[in-house]
Design a protein around this ligand. Structure first.
Ligand SMILES: Cc1cc2nc3c(=O)[nH]c(=O)nc-3n(C[C@H](O)[C@H](O)[C@H](O)COP(=O)(O)O)c2cc1C
Length: 203
C-alpha cells in the first residue's frame, strides 16, 4: 500500500462518490498530533465554481518551469483539499498546565520545529494513502507565498490558518498521465545513503 502511492497529476473528470470524500477526511483526522492539539483544518472544494476560483488564485502567474501539463491535468481533479495549520492552537495548547514540562508555550523561539505543519503533513499523508486504498489518485503540492493573500481572501480563511499545501484528488487519468514528477528526473536515494545505524556514516 505504501509502495503503491505516487503523486498523480492528471485526472479524468469523473466525480468522486461523497462516501469517498468522507473517508479521505475521516482518515485525515486519525493522524497523530502533538499534545493532541489537532490544530488542523481542511478547506474542501468540490463544486466547479469553487475549484475554478481556487485555480484562479493559486496558480503562479509565471514560473521558470513549464507548468502547462501539470496544471492541465491537475485542474480536472474533482476534489481539492487545502489542509491548514494553526500555530496559535499549538502555542496555546503547550501553555496548558499538563504541557508545562515541555517548556514550549507561547515563546516561539523555544519550539524546535513547527509541530503545526508536522501534524498537518501527517494528516495529509493519510489522505494520500487513503486515496490509494480507494483506487483514487492524489497529489500534494505547495501553495506559493505570493498566492496566499488572494487564497485567504477568496475563501474567507482567517489569517491564523496557514495552508501546509494543497491536495488534489480524483480518478487517475492513466493514458494521459500528464506531467511526471521529480522521480522522472532524479533517482530515489539508496537506503545506505540515508540510514545511519548506530553512528553517522558517510557525508
Ligand atoms: C512539501 C511538498 C511539496 C510538493 N510540491 C509539489 C509541487 O508543487 N508540484 C508537484 O508536482 N509535486 C509536488 N510535490 C510532490 C513531490 O514532487 C513528490 O512527492 C516527489 O517527487 C516523490 O514522488 P512520489 O510522491 O510520486 O513518490 C510536493 C511534495 C511535498 C511533500
Amino acid at each position: 500500500m505504501v509502495r503503491r502511492r505516487r503523486m498523480v497529476r492528471s485526472f479524468t473528470d469523473e466525480p468522486l462518490d461523497p462516501a469517498q470524500v468522507d473517508r479521505l477526511l475521516g482518515n485525515a483526522v486519525r493522524g497523530p498530533s502533538a499534545g493532541f492539539t489537532q490544530g488542523w483544518s481542511f478547506l474542501v472544494l468540490e463544486t466547479p465554481a469553487d475549484r475554478e476560483l481556487f485555480w484562479a488564485v493559486a496558480s503562479p502567474a509565471s514560473s521558470d518551469r513549464d507548468l502547462t501539463a501539470w496544471k492541465a491535468g491537475l485542474r480536472r481533479a474533482p476534489l481539492i483539499v487545502v489542509p491548514m495549520a494553526s500555530k496559535a492552537a499549538y502555542l496555546d495548547r503547550y501553555a496548558e498546565p499538563d504541557k508545562a514540562g515541555a517548556h514550549l508555550g507561547h515563546d516561539e523561539s523555544r519550539w524546535p520545529v513547527p509541530y503545526w505543519h508536522v501534524d498537518v503533513g501527517m494528516a495529509s499523508l493519510l489522505i494520500l494513502q487513503t486515496a490509494v486504498d480507494l483506487s483514487l489518485g492524489a497529489c500534494f503540492f505547495g501553495l506559493g507565498g505570493p498566492q496566499r493573500p488572494a487564497f485567504h481572501a477568496a475563501f474567507g480563511v482567517p489569517d491564523a490558518w496557514d495552508p501546509t499545501g494543497v491536495i488534489a484528488v480524483g480518478h487517475p487519468d492513466e493514458p494521459g498521465r500528464g506531467a511526471a514528477g521529480s522521480p522522472a528526473r532524479r533517482p530515489r536515494k539508496p537506503l545506505a545513503e540515508v540510514v545511519h545505524r548506530g553512528r553517522w556514516t558517510g557525508q
